[in-house]
Design a protein around this ligand. Structure first.
Ligand code: E4P
Length: 268
């Protein structure tokens, strides 16, 4: 199987285990990394900033997404500016809505205008993609993370949604669409077919479908002409995390809860 070596869609690893991130950094197929406070908490991170700084030190030259955890607009903006200052390869994840369901367009607009590369996350609907596109500065790169797998969880085929999202984002050529929450290896080829720019492969310890995906991905990768020792470890093979004590990052609804199905109107 060589197809993975030739694909254009960029594969980002989504997780929060420093040792596995370092191992994946050795794999040329992994073009960037994403994480979020929920994954950090599940992987035992107790000090957000020190974890993030360790990751940035270990991975200085590929995109790294770290997420704000404030729920109010000014708190989000302040955290985003601070997180962005940690490294030139840092992208800042901003949830598309806060836990009260308010669209974070003003925050996205101000940060993007200030040159911060935002990764707008937990996006579930095309209308949100349109509003995000309108909020982004055309001179600043950005990522829009649509949770395709959670859309699928609602019984809706995410492929047409993602296809249209690619189209919408053409209005902002510096913005990239990220296929988040993949459910199967096939999603990588779906993403490739529709011209989606990035797809994550989740490596979190407690995600059963993601574990399967990661197993297939690692297997496929290991058959490509990359150094054998560079194969990223399957989570079971990883040593435990080593993190400094401190305050645990908060769990935010946008990561840990499935929002109301946004796309399917009531059939009744
Ligand atoms: C992104 O930040 C999330 O970690 C991820 O894509 C969500 O995946 P899930 O729907 O499998 O929880």
């Amino acid at each position: 199987m060589t197809a993975l070596a030739n694909i254009k869609v960029k594969i980002f690893a989504d997780g929060a285990d420093l040792d596995s991130m370092k191992a994946m950094y050795q794999n040329p197929l992994i073009k960037g990394f994403t994480t979020n406070p929920t994954l950090m908490r599940k992987d035992g991170v107790t000090d957000y900033e020190s974890f993030a700084r360790d990751v940035i030190k270990a991975i200085p030259d590929r995109p790294l997404s770290f997420e704000v955890f404030a729920d109010d607009e000014s708190g989000m903006e302040r955290q985003a500016l601070e997180i962005a200052s940690w490294g030139s390869n840092v992208n800042v994840k901003i949830p598309v809505t806060n836990t009260k369901g308010k669209f974070m367009g003003d925050v996205i607009r101000r940060l993007s205008a200030a040159g911060v590369i935002v990764n707008v996350t937990a996006v579930m609907a095309l209308d949100q993609v349109r509003r995000i596109a309108d909020s982004l500065d055309e001179k600043t790169a950005a990522i829009v993370s649509v949770f395709a797998g959670r859309i699928a969880d609602t019984g809706v085929d995410p492929l047409p949604v993602m296809t249209e999202a690619v189209d919408i984002l053409k209005s902002k050529p510096k913005a990239e669409l990220l296929w988040a929450s993949p459910r199967e290896l096939l999603n990588i080829f779906h993403a490739e077919e529709i011209g989606c720019h990035i797809i994550t492969v989740t490596t979190g310890r407690s995600k059963a479908p993601a574990r399967r995906l990661w197993r297939y991905f690692s297997y496929s990768s290991s058959r490509l002409p990359v150094r054998r020792e560079s194969r990223a470890p399957f989570p079971d093979e990883m040593p435990g995390p080593h993190f400094r004590p401190g305050s645990a990052p908060a769990v935010r609804a946008s990561d840990s809860e499935v929002p109301e199905p946004p796309l399917r109107k009531s059939q009744g």
